[in-house]
Write a protein of this length. Structure first.
Length: 164
DNA sequence: GCTATGATCATA
DNA sequence: ATGATCATAGCA
């Protein structure tokens, strides 16, 4: 399978999110088709972790693209993100759905993600994303589960795909 | 050093 | 609708 190169991630966050649909997330022996993603823009996005004051944790948003950003939400659930856009620009894509499994927390539980995977290079590390099917429609909806900027249409869902 | 809070999920 | 549960941020 063809692994997505860094150039793929160095695009506009929305484009990356769009293109990420139908791709295959690979981690060790496990793999699954990405069916649902969300774009987080950083600079202008109040809901993004990169919004506001720059902190140690947020620096990864401004670093090189193609990096895994894993964070713990509510003390229980790890969420898996991919850093997008070139160095100096904040942006990331939250992987929300894999195959039939929905919810960022569930995915990380399935794949066994934890804090150690934060900052990994997903163009060369144990975690990679490969090319997949293009045979599906993309549905764009407002984001969910947020407290701010909820109405922004930055959620992308693969509709009725011919999955691998 | 201590406290508040959050891109969630499971349960009632 | 509400509780579980902990890494990070912000402040004393």
């Amino acid at each position: 399978m063809k692994i997505l190169n860094r150039k793929f991630y160095a695009q506009d966050t929305v484009d990356v999110a769009r293109n990420l649909l139908g791709k295959v997330l690979v981690f060790g022996d496990k793999q699954g088709t990405i069916t649902e993603v969300e774009a987080y823009l950083g600079d202008d996005d109040p809901a993004c972790h990169a919004f506001g004051r720059l902190t140690e944790r947020k620096k990864i948003f401004f670093g090189p693209p193609g990096i895994a950003y894993v964070f713990l939400a509510y003390g229980m659930h790890w969420c898996f993100n991919v850093i997008t856009e070139p160095v100096g620009k904040a942006g990331c894509v939250l992987i929300q759905g894999i195959n039939d499994t929905f919810g960022p927390g569930r995915i990380s539980k399935l794949f066994g993600f934890n804090g150690e995977h934060n900052g990994l290079d997903i163009t060369s590390g144990p975690i990679t994303i490969c090319e997949g099917s293009h045979d599906f429609d993309i549905e764009i909806t407002p984001r969910i589960g947020l407290s701010q900027a909820v109405d922004w249409p930055l959620r992308f869902v693969a509709k009725q795909a011919n999955m691998i």
